[in-house]
Ligand binder design. Sequence first.
Ligand SMILES: [Zn+2]
Length: 270
Amino acid sequence: MNDKKYLWWHEQTLPELTHFAKEVSDIAILPIGAIEQHGPHSPIGVDAFNAKGMAELIAQKTDVMLLPWVWYGSHPYHHWYMPGTIPLSYDTHIAMLVDIIQGASISGFNKFIILSAHGQVSTTLVAVHKLGLAGHFTLSMHWYDFLRDDKDVLTDYMWHAEEAETSVGLYLYPQYIDMSKADKGGGSALIDKRFIIAPGQMPKPGMMYHFEGTFARPEYKELENGIIGDATKATREKGEKMVTRVVDHVVDIIEDIKQRWPVGTKPPVK
Ligand SMILES: [Zn+2]
């Protein structure tokens, strides 16, 4: 897959890196995941593997530099205290994202995309606005936002370690997925689910995102097998379709940015 010379920041020499930013593309993607348990059938690194895999496919299709991906992520309160999951506190995660983007901008990169394969909007949004105040053009993208109501591929919305995430795993890193251990899982809330936007669901008036309230039950008390949704419905084909759609959407946005703000121009954020 990695036959392209320019792909990962950490594989370049300094002259190669600065040449790329000056002459080829000054857009950099930071893929971010999370260290989070993903049931008995999928590895704990699922979200980081997903972000890394999708970013590589995006970079194969359009010229962008990939910043070293981040394994650790932030977690909403209800993920905390689950064995296997190692959350960064919000302050740590926000500071890390800001430091990485500010550091990368020194090398001549002017446009940044934080590509998340984990539900951590509550920290990426704060990071984006801090970066905006410092004059940096940054987009925060969560992969499931590209697949709203994608019911021709999935039988349900996107939950956790279920049909969607497991399908992507079967496509991107099948060696780490054991479908013989795939199962259905639980998950409930403190208010009726019709008020809550599921990941990948098209919001309707009055619905709230999961980070807009403390209405989720703590997972360490709630989940028996670490799964929310149905992992038995996962297939490689579904994973390929989902990944391809995300990659195509992100490439579309990148091409728009390139057209409006050619290499060497900094969007006037400040
Ligand atoms: Zn996940």
